[in-house]
Each structure stands twice: as structure tokens, then as C-alpha cells.
Write a new protein. Structure first.
Length: 331
């Protein structure tokens, strides 16, 4: 049930993202369209609002939304498989990877690939709809010519978007570099809270081996989120950067925990080798104050999340929206 709600939330949020981001993400696209067709079409402020506020968000959100809708059961199964794969990884660390994946998705993947994806999707949309409804591939004459006309406008928009490739990359990198410290700060605060909480968990694990007491997992999880909130306030509002000292403490505790678990032959706190290594790396990189390194570890965390999702998606049983079984029609 929760997985289906995640898919529904995904369908609702994607259009909102393109509506609010279209104005500044696709400004260059509008300027190129004006250069290409300015002598034959009317370009004014109303045209700009219509294109950037309505038409482009609709065209770029449609493939993601309709694709999510058609393959909603497969997506739900993918999230289920991810949940099972991450079952031994605590929720705070799932949140850590999810936040970094969201950064990369909204700053790079959605803006850069949506123009091309929109044109391709509109070309194949008739074939996709017929195939999913009949479980058969339609004859080419039924979808190629209509698909060409449906993809014409998105194709022109994609051409106008990619025609100045290096300017596009510069624009995306400028947006990224402007926000990377803020994004990294959120991830850093979460990583510090997780690392410090994990060390406290190590202490509780040791105590439980002595007097067989029950380990308070839920209380430790709540403590981590409380620390996360406090660290966010310190990072963004406290003077004299007190998070520097918190970061030093977290880095030291992460190293100490690794040594103790190694020599005591205890299981790693994250139950994930990647998580066990990446959280301390995320914490340590802050000492260098280098935006490129910060961006790199954000991409590393996002890559782990996306890699797992892609594996889960292709492992999930393909059940499309238009599957004729009654079970597949229940949202």
C-alpha cells in the first residue's frame, strides 16, 4: 500500500516540479525559439509565460507522469524490492541516500534529459498505449506517422534546448555550484547525526552483551532525527560555524567505531559496506571546503540509490496499468 502511495505522490509532484522550475531552467530554450521563429511568430511577455509556465511544463512532465501511470504496478514492485534490499539498512541511512538522489534528479537528470525524453515519448506514445492495452505490437503504419507529428513540437523544443550545448552545461553547473554548499550542508548534518547515533548504538550493543538488555533502536532513531534538526539550525543560523567541531567529533567517532567493530569482529552498524564507508567520507570531505569534492560525494550517494532502483525496476515483474487482470486495476 505504501509503495503505491509513493507512486501516486510521484505522479502528483512531477508536474509541480516542472511548473515551478520551468521559468529558470528553460530560459535559454525560450531565447533560442525566439531567435529561430521571431520573424514569423509573435514573442512577447504573454508568449513567454504561456511557453515556460504551461506548454513546456506540460510536455516535459507528461512522459514521466504517463510513464509512471502506465507502469505504476512495476514501479510499486520496484519500491518493494528496494525496501527488501534495504531492509537491514536503517531508515536514517535510507533518507541520507534518498536526499542525495533527489538533488541529482532535480538538478541534472530531470532538466537535462526531459526535452529529449519528451520528444521520444511522444513519438512512441501511440505504440506504447496500444501495446499495453492489447499486449500486441501494432502495425507500424498505425503509429509512425502520427507519432512523427506528435513529436514535432517537442522535437523542436529539444533542438532549441540542446543547440547551445556548452551554454546549457554552464547554466546547469552555475545553478549547481550556487546551491551545492546548501545541499551538502543538509546531507552533512544528516550524516553527522547518523554517525554520532551509530556510535551510541555501538555502546548499547556492547552493554547488551554484558547484561542482555534490549537495544533501544527506536529511541536511538528518534535521537538521530533530533540531532539532525539541531545540526541544521546550527549549520544555517549559528555564528562562527560550530558545525566544524561537530564534524570533527563525528569524524573521530566514525573512525573509532570502525576500529572497534574491526577488532571486536562486530557487524558493521549500517549492514551495508557502501553505507559504512560513505557516511564517514561525507563527513570528512567537509574539512576540505571544496565544492567539487562535495559534489562528487553527493553523486556517489545518489549513484548507489539509482543503481539499486534500476536493478529493482528490471527485476520487478512487468505489470502495466492496462493489464486486464482485475488485481492490476486496483490503485
Amino acid at each position: 500500500m505504501i509503495n503505491r502511495l509513493v507512486v501516486l505522490l510521484q505522479i502528483l509532484l512531477i508536474p509541480i516540479y516542472f511548473i515551478f522550475s520551468g521559468t529558470f531552467l528553460y530560459e535559454a530554450l525560450y531565447e533560442n525559439l525566439e531567435d529561430m521563429f521571431g520573424s514569423r511568430l509573435i514573442f512577447n511577455e504573454s508568449t513567454k509565460v504561456l511557453l515556460l509556465g504551461v506548454i513546456i511544463p506540460f510536455l516535459y512532465a507528461l512522459p514521466w507522469v504517463l510513464g509512471s501511470y502506465i507502469y505504476r504496478n512495476r514501479l510499486a514492485d520496484s519500491y518493494e524490492l528496494m525496501g527488501r534490499a534495504l531492509g537491514r539498512v536503517r531508515i536514517d541511512q535510507r533518507l541520507f541516500y534518498g536526499i542525495n538522489a533527489l538533488y541529482v534528479l532535480t538538478f541534472f537528470l530531470f532538466p537535462f534529459f526531459s526535452p529529449a525524453f519528451s520528444a521520444l515519448f511522444m513519438f512512441f506514445i501511440i505504440k506504447i498505449l496500444i501495446s499495453t492495452k492489447t499486449d500486441k505490437n501494432p502495425p507500424q503504419f498505425l503509429w509512425i506517422v502520427p507519432g512523427f507529428f506528435l513529436a514535432l513540437v517537442p522535437g523542436v523544443f529539444a533542438f532549441a534546448f540542446y543547440i547551445e550545448y556548452f551554454d546549457l552545461i554552464d547554466s546547469l553547473m552555475e545553478i549547481w555550484s550556487t546551491n551545492v554548499d546548501t545541499m551538502y550542508g543538509v546531507g552533512l548534518c544528516l550524516a553527522d547525526a547518523v554517525v554520532i547515533g551509530n556510535f551510541y548504538l555501538l555502546i548499547q550493543e556492547g552493554a547488551s552483551q554484558v547484561d542482555r538488555r534490549k537495544i533501544p533502536y527506536r529511541q536511538i532513531l528518534v535521537l538521530k532525527f533530533i540531532m539532525f534538526g539541531i545540526f541544521l539550525l546550527m549549520y544555517f543560523y549559528a555564528p562562527n560555524n560550530p558545525m566544524y567541531y561537530v564534524n570533527m567529533l563525528a569524524a573521530g567517532l566514525a573512525g573509532l567505531e570502525a576500529v572497534i567493530r574491526l577488532f571486536k569482529k562486530l557487524p558493521k552498524g549500517t549492514d551495508s559496506k557502501a553505507g559504512f564507508l560513505l557516511l564517514p567520507i561525507f563527513t570528512a570531505v567537509n574539512f576540505f571546503q571544496n565544492s567539487s569534492l562535495k559534489g562528487l560525494v553527493i553523486f556517489m550517494a545518489a549513484g548507489i540509490f539509482f543503481g539499486l532502483f534500476i536493478f529493482a525496476f528490471f527485476s520487478a515483474k512487468d505489470q502495466s496499468l492496462f493489464n486486464r487482470s482485475s488485481d492490476s486495476l486496483d490503485f
